[in-house]
Design a protein around this ligand. Sequence first.
Ligand code: SF4
Length: 340
Amino acid sequence: MSPTPGNALLRIDNLSKTFSVGGGLFRKPLKLKALQDISFTIERGETLGIVGESGCGKSTLGRCILQLLRPDEGRVLWLGDNLLDLDPEEMRKKRRDLQIIFQDPQASLNPRMTVGEIVADPLKALMPELSANQRRQRVMEMMEAVGLQPEMINRYPHEFSGGQAQRIGIARALITEPKLIVCDEPVSALDVSIQAQILNLLSELKDQFGLTLVFISHNLSVVRHVSDRILVLYLGRMVELASGDDLYQDAKHPYTRALLTAVPIADPKRARLRNIDALTGEIPSPINPPSGCAFRTRCRYAISLCAEKRPPLEPAGDGRLVACHRWREIDDTPAMLEAV
Ligand code: SF4
């Protein structure tokens, strides 16, 4: 299913989330700004990839979208309704449409429940009107849809491999026939050979069930295969948002370019040029981020302005957004790369 332009399913407006960390009897807790001023829309049928290093806020964003975490500021508009305004009963009804697939398939499955009970669990909570027989029928159908034998419903999670366990997690997310699924690093705990099978399965299920996906990963090569558009986060802020093709062919933000150096490309000359942008240094603490542009301590293109002023997120053509003072100057020519 291709995205339907102008048919926004979800809209995030100026969303921010801060955590309090540490603190004690004589010490105030520190403020960790996990997300700041995040705004974007997701069209019906779209897959939005969200990438960034560990600690950039991508999983927090996924949980704020689903209201598993409550944002401090901003709005989460689901088909026009702000989810932050709903009471618990109204939110429970919306949960049927909004599901999640977790990173570690084995850890996300209750070892004391059978697979049939695990997959049926959301039905019990969110569709209590179904009879036990109807639930069982749905579970059997969903097992088949994710490539597992329906007869396996009486087995326990430890009897399954990592890839099979993730199929069970996918069946559990799909069982209520949701409209949107947040996939939070769904393949990063799996062997490389199994990753491709699960990514293909997600693509097939997306078409079969008319899903919209938010696909979170630290790995741009994984996101590349599944995403229509990609949002890049750094220390809780949006630094670039673009279509998958635009991002891979012509990334504008130095952080996106750095992430791309880890993605294999066939052309050795271009790969050599691109490696100039490789990431250096550690990611700064989100409790005490650098002034101005948070990426400046690792950016080879940084100038004095970058320490003084945070770059605004601005349009860069073709629906792309970039937050960098120098995005217009940065390109792939050797002259530019030698000049910086
Ligand atoms: Fe680098 Fe400056 Fe752009 Fe930040 S604003 S990414 S430091 S060039």
